[in-house]
Design a protein around this ligand. Structure first.
Ligand code: WT7
Length: 648
């Protein structure tokens, strides 16, 4: 197949920080002498004590330890706010666009400072100290940003839990982090619908039990009346009226934790990915500058939710560290109309727009007219993140949204990587639709085969990273052994990403998707094991196996094979009940798209479920099931094929 290549538009070779030669030189410098390179780059943030020990990292096999800038002292909130006050105090830091288009507001850096300080004082007065964990379960309102930055100011470790997660999911995250302070809102508002956040917190805390959570701070968003437990629950506006808008920051070591963010893996419960202070901020700020070619005065919009890492690094920390104006959107792309994204771009003059392929694919369905009726002339650069972007969606994004004028940066990274690792630089990199292109500075991707042999040149295999970068996660919170096992045991001495990948003859990387039991549903990561354990918790379910299958909008859909308890009969009603059950157990993002009732699952004689076969059936590839002779009962496969569920 003929590969399409988009050259760097000529105006970009002039305006961007780096052209192709510039990228190459800087990349080579970053690999040749990482110490010197990162010592220089560390200067992009303010240090109370500048680091002299730059890189101290070890990928094993004996021990895995990752330390960057380890004797440096800084504070993330200071860098994102205070540092800018004398130069850009009156510049807008956050543009907030509400769910309802009539609601929006602008928060300057000076206002941000006062709000964050008030939030920090409220927490401090209730005993929050450096190292304490604070759980944030919030809608996309400015107070979510204040809460995160207030934690950073005090040196408390935030754990943001996406507002779409269920009370159960929230409870297990509160318990794992041993978090005594919760920040939430009465309700969220998305697409005109209310999300019962405080009700969910109450249910979660019932599960957590007494003696763990001391304080729940409740921001009024919709104003609906919610249950307030005296002594534990307090309204934010009432508490804020009592405190000063000045609050000292904590001096933090570069390796002090900044946040925990739970993410799904192939086994077990979600892991608490731990990120620290100095390296994370340097990486987030630097990638935000170069990949988005961010310049002073740009209006920048990342459509993610702060409940995901993209929201942490590219709504909040990266942009604010760079003194940017960052847009925060409460709503959804289709409300009140399917033109909402483009209307917001025109309303606020957005220059840089960063979203997920699933959003593009769903908006594509409505055709070009809802886009074309808006101007979008402010747009200069488009970004994509979260899953592989199929070339059709890429072309549509480029031609229709960007009027064939705006480069697209397809950014590959993970919760674990803290920031972008593979992406084009708009002034330097020719684009190939569907490829995340080239590694960022300091990043050494390798393609390995199943045995770990490093493949050279054009090759396909698994993606590993050969050496550390500053934004890398440091450990799994409370379980370093799990960190080592998950990321450094498959290919000893290397960080294993869990992704498959192809490198072409030009050295471009094409991420082909997860090679483990993680699926990517609308850019959200889901462990198949989590959905399985939710299903088997249902009294009528005896066994369940969950796999991904190709889905036109979501990228991957959730396909569940379910074996019922003896005596239970499959029915449409039970199917619906199970979908509702999983939503309740985990959250709407985990709802199975297809449930197939299966009298038996394909197992080896030792009782192991052969997921390879289930995946093939879900993918409609009956012809390539491979060897089924090792199955205990090969007959189950015929039944599975006959009853395959069909719906894209
Ligand atoms: C997984 C990480 C990165 C922040 C949002 C998701 C997939 C992410 C891309 C991309 C192809 C991508 C990978 C990765 N992924 N970006 N540009 N092209 N795949 O973070 O929830 O930690 O998920 O998302 O499979 O491993 P996450």
């Amino acid at each position: 197949m003929e590969e399409k290549i988009y050259d760097v538009p000529s105006e970009w070779t002039h305006r961007a920080y780096l052209d192709e030669a510039g990228y190459r030189a800087k990349y080579e410098a970053s690999i040749k002498d990482p110490e010197a390179f990162w010592a220089e780059e560390a200067k992009r943030i303010h240090w109370f004590k500048a680091p002299t020990r730059i890189k101290n990292t070890n990928f094993g096999p004996e021990t895995v330890s990752i330390r960057w800038f380890e004797d440096g002292v800084t504070n993330v909130a200071y860098n994102c706010i205070d540092r800018h006050l004398h130069t850009r105090g009156d510049q807008v830091a956050i543009i907030w666009e509400g769910d309802d288009p009539s609601e929006s507001k602008k928060i300057t850096y000076r206002e941000l400072a006062a709000e964050v300080n008030r939030m920090a004082n409220i927490m401090r007065n209730r005993g929050v100290e450096k190292g304490d964990r604070v759980t944030i379960y919030m809608p996309m309102i400015p107070e979510a940003a204040y809460a995160m930055l207030a934690c950073a100011r005090l040196g408390a470790i935030h754990s943001v839990v996406f507002g779409g997660f269920s009370p159960d999911s929230l409870a297990s995250r509160i318990q794992d982090a041993k978090s005594a302070f919760i920040i939430t809102a009465d309700e969220g508002l998305r697409g005109g619908r209310k999300v019962p956040l405080k009700v969910n917190v109450d249910a979660a805390l019932e599960r957590v039990g007494a003696g763990v959570v001391d304080h729940v701070l409740v921001v009024r968003r919709t104003g609906s009346s919610v249950n307030m437990l005296p002594g534990r629950d307090v309204y934010y506006d009432e508490a804020a009226a009592q405190v000063s808008d000045e609050c000292p920051y904590e001096e933090m070591n570069a390796e002090d934790p900044l946040f925990i963010l739970y993410t799904s893996g192939s086994t077990g419960t979600p892991k608490g990915v731990l990120h620290t202070t100095g390296g994370y901020l340097v990486h987030a700020a630097m990638t935000h500058q170069y990949v988005f070619d961010y310049h002073d005065g740009d209006i920048y919009w990342c459509t993610a939710d702060v409940g995901w890492v993209t929201g942490h690094s590219y709504i909040l920390y990266g942009p604010l560290a760079n003194g940017a104006t960052t847009l925060m959107f409460e709503g959804v792309p289709t409300y009140p109309s399917i033109s909402r994204f483009w209307e917001v771009i025109d309303k606020h003059g957005v220059n840089i727009f960063y979203t997920a392929p699933t959003a593009i694919r769903s908006l594509m369905q409505a055709g070009e007219e809802p886009v074309k009726k808006t101007s979008r002339k402010s747009l200069r650069l488009l970004g994509s993140v979260g899953e592989p972007i199929n070339p059709e969606a890429w072309e549509w994004y480029h031609r229709v949204v960007g009027d064939s004028r705006c480069p697209i940066v397809d950014t590959w990274w993970q919760t674990e990587t803290g920031g972008i690792l593979i992406a084009p630089l708009p002034g330097a990199t020719k684009l190939k639709p569907g490829s995340a292109t080239k590694p960022f500075f300091g990043v050494q991707p390798q393609v390995v085969d199943a045995e770990g042999k490093v493949l050279e040149g054009a090759a396909e295999g698994n993606l590993v990273i050969a050496d550390s970068w500053p934004g890398q996660m440091r450990t799994v919170y409370g379980d370093h052994e799990r960190f080592v096992q998950t990321y450094f045991s498959t290919y000893p001495g290397k960080y294993f990403t869990g992704d498959g990948c192809r490198r072409d003859q030009d050295g471009y990387y094409w991420i082909t998707g997860r090679v483990d039991d993680v699926i990517n549903v609308s850019g959200h990561r889901m462990g198949t094991a989590e959905v399985e354990s939710a299903l088997v918790a249902h009294p009528k379910v005896s066994e369940a196996a969950v796999v991904g299958y190709p889905h036109d909008i979501k990228g991957q859909g959730i396909y569940a094979y379910v074996t019922l308890m003896a005596g239970e009969q499959p029915s449409e009603e039970l199917r619906k009940e199970l979908v509702a059950w999983v939503r309740k157990e985990i959250g709407p993002i985990a709802s199975p798209d297809l449930i197939q009732f299966a009298p038996g699952l394909p197992k080896t004689r030792s009782g192991k479920i052969m997921r390879r076969i289930l995946r093939k059936i879900a993918e409609d590839e009956f012809g390539s099931l491979g060897d089924t002779s090792t199955l205990a009962d090969p007959g189950v496969v015929d039944d599975l094929i006959t009853n395959r569920q069909n719906k894209r």
